[in-house]
Design a protein around this ligand. Structure first.
Ligand SMILES: [Zn+2]
Ligand SMILES: [Zn+2]
Length: 341
């Protein structure tokens, strides 16, 4: 942070996508970003690391801008205001999610589907994100963080939490229903808490014994592997792993009329499947990004329930290590970079 008075900041910069084993992020000094009209500058305190960062670092998701600072689950303190900002004041603690901006004009924005905006920009993909000591963000796309959440606990809510919440909504699960979760990482461990709050029974499918234990601790009714058959057909299911082969397995245990929501920005091909798995009015749908309303609702629920996130903390300069652990499925809960005070 001593750099700031010299107009510089430390950041983990992605110059060129590479397998994470080759440490694609580089610790670099960058000029302090200046907030444009409508933007605020944050002093970053914590930033979560998610699978999307892994896909970006390895080039499975294209970055239209290189080099770039990844990181889109940012908790920071407003430190400078661009012209015309009155939504926040200097000193406010705010969060920044994946949706960095939407145009407000296209047919999706006008329909309340700004997550599908034709001109959407994403944090850490189109604009520098939170793997840095400072960042700028449009004030309208930042959110107050409820009091009582430590920075590192709040960070995973901003992507893992918000996208998990949207997946729950799109899975059409009703209070008291039976919900399947495939994969049990950062997003699922928040999603299960909301589902339990709604009185749902939750069935968790994961290979990792550690993740199975974690699911039981958080109230899962049953745990097993993706190939297993739970004791009851499920009303809804959500897949969290970027593995297309899970889809026929999840459909196989879904009741007639049930919905499978795919929470993945990138996925290996879905294998050919017999029509009988889909017949009976089953629905398969993807979940893409999230709206400002999703973020607002999830943060409110987080304070009400209250949601608890399990986090592994790392310093900024260990971001490559975190990506490697994430790739190997070794993170329990969510991984978070602790960056400033
Ligand atoms: Zn738009
Ligand atoms: Zn994410």
């Amino acid at each position: 942070m001593r750099n700031a008075e010299w107009g510089m900041m430390r950041a983990m910069l992605l110059r060129q996508p590479e397998p994470v084993g080759q440490n694609p992020l580089e610790l670099t000094d960058l000029p302090l970003p200046e907030p444009l009209p409508g933007q605020v500058r944050l002093r970053v305190r914590a930033c979560g690391v998610c699978h999307t960062d892994l896909h970006l670092a390895e080039g499975e998701i294209a970055t239209p801008r290189l080099p770039i600072v990844p990181g889109h689950q940012v908790v920071g303190v407003v430190e400078a205001l661009g012209q015309g900002v009155n939504r926040f004041a200097v000193g406010d603690r705010v969060g920044v999610p994946w949706l960095y901006s939407a145009c407000g004009q296209c047919e999706y924005c006008r329909r309340g589907q700004e997550n599908l905006c034709d001109h959407a920009r994403f944090t850490g993909q189109h604009a520098d994100g939170g793997f840095a000591e400072f960042m700028v963000v449009p004030a309208d796309f930042a959110y107050p963080i409820p009091a009582g959440f430590p920075d590192e606990q709040a960070a995973p809510l901003l992507c893992a939490g918000v996208i998990g919440y949207r997946s729950l909504r799109l899975s059409d699960i009703r209070p008291g229903g039976r919900l399947g979760l495939y994969g049990f990482g950062a997003s699922a461990h928040v999603t299960i808490q909301v589902a339990r709050h709604w009185g749902c029974q939750v069935y968790v499918f994961t290979r990792s014994a550690e993740h199975q234990r974690h699911a039981l601790e958080l109230g899962a009714s049953w745990v097993g592997q993706a190939e297993d058959t739970p004791p009851h057909p499920l009303d809804s299911a959500i897949t969290f792993a970027p593995a297309g082969w899970l889809v026929p397995h999840a459909l196989r245990v879904l009741r007639k009329g049930g919905t499978l929501a795919i929470n993945a920005i990138h996925m290996s091909p879905i294998p050919e499947l017999p029509y009988a798995l889909l017949y009976g009015e089953r629905t398969v749908r993807s979940v893409a990004n999230a709206t400002r309303q999703d973020a607002g609702e999830l943060l409110q629920l987080a304070a009400e329930i209250p949601l608890r996130t399990d986090v592994e903390l790392y310093p900024l300069e260990e971001a490559n290590t975190v990506l490697q652990r994430l790739k190997r499925g070794q993170v329990r809960g969510a991984a978070v970079l602790k960056i400033g005070e």
